[in-house]
Design a protein around this ligand. Structure first.
Ligand SMILES: NC(=O)c1ccc[n+]([C@@H]2O[C@H](COP(=O)([O-])OP(=O)(O)OC[C@H]3O[C@@H](n4cnc5c(N)ncnc54)[C@H](O)[C@@H]3O)[C@@H](O)[C@H]2O)c1
Ligand SMILES: N[C@@H](CCO)C(=O)O
Length: 347
């Protein structure tokens, strides 16, 4: 039975949820998926770091108090985040990167991915920064080192979109997409329809683990813009940069606007879209739109996301499911490991 040694970089909501899933399901995965996981390192700016090549207790990690330097409580642990040592020297086969998304330059996450790939380790990341800004270079580095670089969770958390479209819509003639791609903003709009204020709704989304470290990225559309760039470049063969995508968010939508929409049978939705035009160029945008009640995306509520692919052979193909959430995104990391395992990379 294969056992992958995994190191977790960033131990916030997502990687902690992965530790919880490993604690609860490792035996089941061994049976169902043909591999098990052993956590050999954890590093986090706030919590510190720890390496144990014999394996750390996943349940103990999942229950670690969220206190500064808490990893120092574990034997061999430190209050300092020795990121480079955990990535390069923990003996991990796989690095799961889940630190803050930096929409400006993707750092330092892009460097963490680079270190890992250069050291011959498979990389999983849920972080949109390195993918939207450095995907080509990181994919080339992975290829040069004969390892995998997987990032299913970067768009729509655990709901299969990137791999599904790449593998099962190949040849269908994908010409564009539009979707609800941010769980926080859709959750906020839904709660506002139920009468909650904007700030209270954002606070709830933060408490539920949907929001970015700075939720401005969610409500101003910046998070969706990164996802649109990732989808357009990955699936439409575009070469978009973040600045190419016109972007606005939902912060200008107040309770009165929500009520007017409801009275008219309409719903506000933050829509990210891209399309290959007749001139061959791919044009993309992010903006809040008023959708009529019968629109296929109008019924999507809460942190659920939906993405409608426009294809030549099938017409619209729509996928919907969780767009955010700790466990939901940790599942995306598992799906990346399944992809590595299926591709035949051995531990
Ligand atoms: N939570 C979700 O629903 C979700 C869904 C999809 C993608 N993502 C992405 O996944 C990533 C992780 O999300 P999360 O919800 O776990 O975030 P989080 O804010 O809960 O955790 C991030 C952790 O990374 C640590 N960190 C930040 N910078 C670091 C550094 N330089 N070195 C070491 N550790 C560092 C922080 O201390 C924090 O504990 C983010 O990039 C986010 O955009 C999250
Ligand atoms: N903050 C993001 C997480 C998923 O990328 C959201 O709310 O959709």
């Amino acid at each position: 039975m294969t056992e992958y040694k995994i190191a977790l970089v960033g131990f916030g909501g997502v990687n902690r949820a992965l530790a919880q899933l490993i604690a609860e399901r490792n035996a089941r995965w061994q049976h169902e998926l043909g591999f098990g996981l052993k956590i050999v390192g954890v590093t986090d700016l706030f919590l510190g770091s720890v390496i144990d090549r014999d394996g750390l207790d996943a349940a103990m990690l999942a229950a670690l108090p969220a206190q500064k330097g808490a990893l120092a409580q574990i034997p061999q642990g430190s209050a300092e985040a020795f990121n480079e040592a955990v990535i390069k020297q923990s003996g991990a086969d796989i690095i799961a990167e889940a630190t803050f998304t930096n929409p400006k330059d993707g750092e330092p996450a892009a460097t963490f991915c680079r270190w890992a790939l250069e050291a011959g380790k498979h990389v999983l990341t849920t972080n949109k920064g390195p993918i939207a800004l450095h995907a080509q270079a990181l994919k080339a580095l992975a290829k040069a080192n004969d390892v995998s670089f997987e990032y299913e969770g970067a768009v729509m958390s655990g709901t299969p979109v990137l791999r599904m479209a790449r593998q099962t819509l190949a040849g269908a003639g994908l010409v564009g997409f539009e979707g609800i791609l941010n769980g926080t903003s859709n959750y906020v709009l839904t709660r506002m329809e139920e009468g909650l204020g904007f700030n209270e709704a954002v606070a709830q989304a933060q408490a539920l683990g949907f929001a970015e470290a700075d939720p401005t990225a969610d409500v101003e559309g910046h998070d969706v813009r990164l996802k649109v760039v990732i989808l357009a470049n990955e699936l439409l063969g575009a070469c978009l940069q973040v600045g190419d995508v016109a972007c606005s968010g939902i912060s200008a939508i107040d309770s009165a606007a929500i009520e007017r929409a409801q009275a008219a049978g309409e719903r506000w939705k933050l829509i990210g879209s891209a399309r290959r035009e007749a001139d061959g160029a791919v044009r993309a945008s992010v903006e809040a739109k008023l959708l009529p009640g019968h629109h296929p995306l109008a019924g999507i509520s809460g942190a659920t996301n939906a993405l409608a692919f426009d294809t030549e052979l099938l017409g619209a193909v729509t996928v919907s499911g969780p767009g955010a959430g700790r466990i939901e995104t940790a599942f995306a990391l598992l799906s990346d490991i399944v992809a590595i395992h299926t591709a035949g990379h051995s531990a």
